[in-house]
Design a protein around this ligand. Sequence first.
Ligand code: C5P
Length: 343
Amino acid sequence: MAYNLSSMTVTVRSFAKINLGLRIGAARNDGFHDLLTVYQTIALHDVLRVSVGRGAGIEIRCGDLRVPRDESNTCFRIVTKAMKALGANGRVVIDIEKRLPLQGGLGGASSNAVSALLALERALKKSLPPGERLRIAEEVGSDLPLFLIGGTVLGLGRGEKVYPLEDLPAIPCVVITPEVGVSTPKAFTDWDRWWATLSGAGSPQTGTANTHKPKLTLSQLSDRMIELGRAYSAWLSKLYSGAPFRRGRAENPLLEFVRAGIKNDFEEVVFPEYPELCEGKRALEHAGAKYASLSGSGSTLYGLFATREAAVKAAARLRKRGWNAQATTTLTRSRYWRQIFDC
Ligand code: C5P
């Protein structure tokens, strides 16, 4: 099939996400865990340049040598699948300008892959149907589909089942990116071990390892998911039952939401291993955050602030104390989509 292979370079932003609460359920037979979370895109981003020229193959370029350039790179994997699905030929070059931390809990690698897909489609002047995009994205990783929605997104299943929530006004935030990287698979394994110890029922897996008391453990796990689901529902029903949201309202609805008793389960296993991350959360709270949490499995911590001024001041104060902190903002769905291609 002939495409315009004029090597046009498409430049895109690749935004980060944070998790507004995260509950981990039982380990499944496929090796994943059930999850319940709300993802929220934020303005911090990487920049990707994607071009399609004559030839074949995929080349990944990145100034950060820790980023893999082979088929283990999420961009490599999604572009391989997309080229096949689009029936396209050509040599794809993906240049990643890395600004987001690696293994940071901000979904950097997942976001890079989705942005690479969007840029590829634009370079080829051809699009996949939305359902096909989602299918390919979830094959590459649990955290990819959220970036095909953007804004505030409910995540279920292993995190790949995504549903757009109300596009709420942006809220200022401060993000702390510690030097340390946390392995997500290891954090899940640590969670299993921690939960097993807590419940005294052996491993909480659905497999054969804990045949004597699996029911108790699994129902406890699902109770916790139900509890968070209820907190989400209570917030949503409050949001929708009253007058529609108005800009003049005293408090940002996202702050009401995080105060509904949400929590990130990964803190239970990541904080004991990296006590400096717990200190980072306390430092954010001390600096005036209305809510502070670990994002995903970390190591990134974020705090939500009532005003932009408070966030900027807090970030400066935290930097003075040696934290790698920056003030940013959450990104609404409309701004997310507007700014991806606005480079
Ligand atoms: O989907 P993704 O490639 O990001 O997952 C990486 C690893 O994290 C999985 O292989 C699995 O070990 C773990 N994981 C999990 N449960 C999830 C998501 C990821 O156990 N819901």
